[in-house]
Design a protein around this ligand. Structure first.
Ligand SMILES: C[S@@+](CC[C@H](N)C(=O)[O-])C[C@H]1O[C@@H](n2cnc3c(N)ncnc32)[C@H](O)[C@@H]1O
Length: 433
C-alpha cells in the first residue's frame, strides 16, 4: 500500500457509526438515545447501518471470527470492523474511499462472504413494508388506481387462499409488486426493499398512506367498533391505532383518546388532526385518575399499555438484552391495573381489546389470567376464529382456556412485528359460565 493511501481518512459516516456502536456496547446505552444526541448530518443513514448490524449481528460476528479479519489485523478497531463488514456484506455491498481500514476489510470480502454463506443464520426475518390506507383521506379504489398508474403490479390470490398460501405469496413478492393483506382491509403489502421508498413518499407525508406494521392493525380490526360507536382508547399516543379505529368507524361516532405523557399527547393531537380524524377527542392525563363519567357511554375499549416492546422489529439492539425481571414485574402491575379498570369502571362496555408489542407471557397471558380472575363478568373471544381461522400462532396452551383464545403475531412466521392480542366480551347478565 502506498504511503499516500495510509493517510486517507476513514469517511466520517463510518467513523460516526462505529463511535455510536462502541459507546452503546461499552456503556450499555440504547442506540436510540445515542442517535438522538448525534449532530451528524446524515443521521438517517447512520441509523440504517446500525439497524442492519442489529438484524445481522450474529452473522457479522461469525464472519469476522471465521475470516480471521481482526486476528490478522490487530490494529483494526473492532467496532469500525463491524460497521464496515455490515455495509460490505449486508448493506450496499461496497465501501467508500481508500482508507486503510476500508482497504483491509475489502480485501477480506471473499472470506467474509464465504463465512456468511456457510452459516445457517440468515439474520432477522425480512419484514415486508406494510402501508395502510387512511380512508379518512383516500379510498381503497383511489389507492389502487394510483398504484396502477405508477405501474405497481398487483398480485392477487384466489378467494379461498389459506393463510399459508398468503404468507408464501408475500415471501415471493417481487420488488415492483404489492398485495392486499388477507386480514386487514386497507393494508397493502410491499417488498421489504421498498421500506425507505415509502418513508419518503408524498402520500405518506400527507397522511393518505400510514406506515403501520400489519400486526398492530389487528387490534382495531378485531375490536371492530361499529360505525357510530363510542370508544375509549386508554393509552393512545402516538395514535396509530386511534387513526385506524377512526377508519374502521368510518369517522363516525366518538373516540376518547387518552395519553398521560405531555410530549406524546402533543404528537397524538398533531397526527390525528393531520389524518383527518373528526371523531377523536384527545385527552391528556392518567386514564386511571379520570372519573368514568368523563367518558360517557363507552362501549368499546382498546388497552395498549406501555410494555417492554420485546417484539418490536424496529428496535436496534447491539448486544443480547437479558430479561429485566424487575421492570417486567412493574410493567405487568400497571398493565393489570389498566385492563382491570377497563373491565370494571364502564357499565356499558361490550368488548375490550388488550394488546402489547411484547413476547413475554408476564405481560400477556399472565395479565389476561389475572384480569379474568378479578373480573369474571368478562370472557375471552377466540382471536383466531375472529380471523376466520386464517391464523396459526396462538397463546401458550398451558394457560387453560386462555392461551388458545389469544393471538401472537410473530416476526419469523407471520412476517410482522411481534405482538400479543386478547379480545374480551362482557357476558350477558346472569351468564355465570
Ligand atoms: C404502547 S404505547 C401506545 C401506542 C398507541 N396505542 C399507538 O398505537 O400508537 C403506550 C402509551 O400509553 C401511555 N400510557 C401509559 N400508562 C398510561 C396511563 N395510565 N394513562 C394514559 N396513558 C398511559 C404511554 O405514555 C404511551 O404513550
Amino acid at each position: 500500500m502506498s504511503k499516500k493511501a495510509h493517510s486517507v481518512k476513514v469517511p466520517t459516516q463510518y467513523r460516526a457509526t462505529a463511535k455510536i456502536l462502541k459507546t452503546a456496547l461499552q456503556q450499555k446505552k440504547s442506540i436510540k438515545a445515542l442517535i438522538s444526541e448525534e449532530k451528524h448530518a446524515r443521521v438517517g443513514s447512520l441509523q440504517a447501518v446500525l439497524k442492519r448490524y442489529s438484524d445481522n449481528r450474529v452473522a457479522v460476528e461469525k464472519a469476522i471470527e471465521e475470516s480471521g479479519l481482526l486476528k490478522d489485523n490487530p490494529g483494526l478497531e473492532p467496532c469500525l470492523a463491524k460497521v464496515l463488514v455490515t455495509e460490505l456484506i449486508f448493506g450496499r455491498k461496497q465501501l467508500n474511499g481508500e482508507s486503510r481500514p476500508v482497504q483491509t476489510v475489502r480485501s477480506y470480502q471473499e472470506k467474509l462472504q464465504a463465512a456468511v454463506g456457510e452459516s445457517e443464520f440468515q439474520g432477522k426475518a425480512r419484514i415486508p413494508r406494510y402501508v395502510r390506507i387512511n380512508t379518512n383521506l383516500f379510498s381503497l379504489a383511489e389507492a389502487l388506481e394510483y398504484l396502477a398508474g405508477e405501474e405497481w403490479r398487483r398480485k392477487e390470490l384466489p378467494a379461498d387462499a389459506s393463510y399459508d398460501d398468503f404468507l408464501a405469496a408475500v415471501k415471493a413478492l417481487e420488488e415492483d409488486e404489492f398485495m392486499r393483506d388477507i386480514h386487514v382491509e386497507g393494508v397493502l403489502v410491499f417488498h421489504s426493499k421498498q421500506g425507505s421508498y415509502w418513508t419518503r413518499h408524498e402520500l405518506v407525508r400527507s397522511k393518505k398512506f400510514i406506515l403501520q406494521n400489519k400486526a398492530t392493525c389487528l387490534a382495531a380490526e378485531l375490536l371492530a367498533p361499529p360505525v357510530g360507536a363510542t370508544v375509549l382508547d386508554m393509552c393512545a399516543a402516538p395514535g396509530m391505532k386511534t387513526m385506524h379505529l377512526c377508519n374502521v368507524m368510518q369517522n363516525k361516532g366518538v373516540i376518547y383518546a387518552v395519553e398521560q405523557s405531555a410530549e406524546r399527547y402533543s404528537a397524538l393531537c398533531d397526527i390525528t388532526e393531520q389524518a383527518g380524524c373528526e371523531i377523536v377527542s384527545p385527552i391528556m392525563g392518567d386514564v386511571l385518575r379520570f372519573l368514568p363519567e368523563r367518558f360517557p357511554g363507552v362501549e368499546y375499549i382498546l388497552v395498549d399499555p406501555s410494555c417492554t416492546g420485546s417484539g418490536m422489529q424496529s428496535r436496534i439492539t447491539v448486544a443480547d438484552e437479558p430479561k429485566d425481571d424487575r421492570r417486567l414485574y412493574q410493567l405487568a402491575g400497571l398493565q393489570i391495573k389498566i385492563l382491570s379498570h377497563a373491565m370494571s369502571a364502564f357499565p356499558n362496555v361490550k368488548r375490550i381489546a388488550y394488546c402489547t408489542c411484547s413476547l413475554y407471557k408476564e405481560e400477556n397471558e399472565q395479565v389476561v389470567e389475572r384480569c379474568l380472575q378479578f373480573n369474571p363478568s368478562f370472557k375471552l373471544l377466540s382471536c383466531k376464529k375472529a380471523l376466520r381461522n386464517k391464523w396459526n400462532n396462538v397463546g401458550d396452551k398451558a394457560f387453560a382456556k386462555i392461551g388458545k383464545n389469544c393471538l401472537y403475531s410473530l416476526p419469523d412466521s407471520d412476517l410482522t412485528d411481534g405482538i400479543f392480542l386478547a379480545l374480551f366480551e362482557k357476558r350477558p347478565e346472569g351468564d355465570g359460565s
